[in-house]
Design a protein around this ligand. Structure first.
Ligand SMILES: [Zn+2]
Length: 267
């Protein structure tokens, strides 16, 4: 006997048009999302959540976010930040906030305590910020998104790559907000081939030496003109600069670095 979709046999004599199926799916997704949010509590104050998982509307407005209007949508236009990152090879820098509460705590809990739901929150916040900048025509959409890779041994030890998780949720949420086709996310374009030491506490020169020839690029992938690289924290920009240089050696014209936080110098 020929198998037919259950709904068509039980209720309808004709197949359901695809636009109606999509409308039903969107409605169910919306209700699921709303119910899920209503059941979660804000990570910072315990109140119920409305728009973001783990974050209520009041705490959202208290977040120490960067404002991009006066710096033309690019943190490298801010003299203090440009002086802090003098020799970078990426072209634009977008970060949500300075590396301070609550973001430093969230990133630490994601990386070391395996709180994966935080990756979803950070991805959503990045997507909202990015979408606002796009609608204000302060930035342009990249042709491809990639994330900073971990070396295989560190990935095996940790079990996941936090930058990859954040990038995955960012892309998914951006497509939902913009209602457009997904920007290509290529998670395996860059490989980390050198096992480097932990970079916390190292100077820029030490990091550059440590990261020399640390990455390789996967062959057989056509690279577009504009690539966006996603990371969790930017400190000296050395890792992103190494990857940007490699991308540019292979024909990429422009690299945008987007991260959750920027670790500013104490002054
Ligand atoms: Zn709250």
């Amino acid at each position: 006997m020929e198998l037919k979709p259950l709904l068509n046999i039980a209720i309808f004599t004709k197949p359901i048009p695809i636009n109606i199926r999509k409308a039903w799916f969107d409605k169910v997704s919306f209700l699921y999302r709303k119910t899920l949010l209503a059941l979660t509590c804000c990570d910072l104050c315990g109140l119920s959540c409305q728009k973001y998982l783990l974050l209520c509307r009041y705490c959202y407005h208290d977040l120490p976010l960067f404002h991009y209007q006066k710096i033309q949508g690019d943190l490298l236009n801010w003299p203090a930040i440009y002086q802090h990152l003098p020799a970078v090879s990426f072209d634009h820098l977008l970060c949500l906030a300075p590396h301070q509460q609550p973001f430093n705590q969230w990133i630490s809990q994601l990386k070391y305590n395996g709180r994966f739901e935080i990756a979803k929150l950070l991805g959503h916040l990045l997507a909202d910020n990015f979408s606002n900048l796009l609608s204000n025509q302060l930035i342009t959409k990249p042709d491809m998104v990639i994330s900073v890779p971990l070396h295989l041994s560190r990935w095996q030890k940790r079990g996941f790559n936090q930058s990859h998780l954040i990038a995955k949720y960012f892309i998914k949420e951006l497509c939902r907000i913009e209602s457009t086709e997904a920007t290509t996310y290529c998670s395996e374009l860059i490989l980390r081939i050198k096992k480097t030491q932990q970079q916390v506490g190292q100077s820029g020169a030490q990091r550059r030496k440590n990261l020399k020839n640390a990455f390789s690029i996967k062959k057989g992938i056509t690279l577009p003109a504009h690539v966006m690289l996603i990371d969790d924290v930017v400190t000296t920009g050395t890792t992103a600069s190494e990857i940007s240089s490699l991308l540019k050696q292979h024909g990429v014209k422009r690299v945008t670095l987007m991260a959750v936080t920027l670790s500013l110098p104490p002054s």
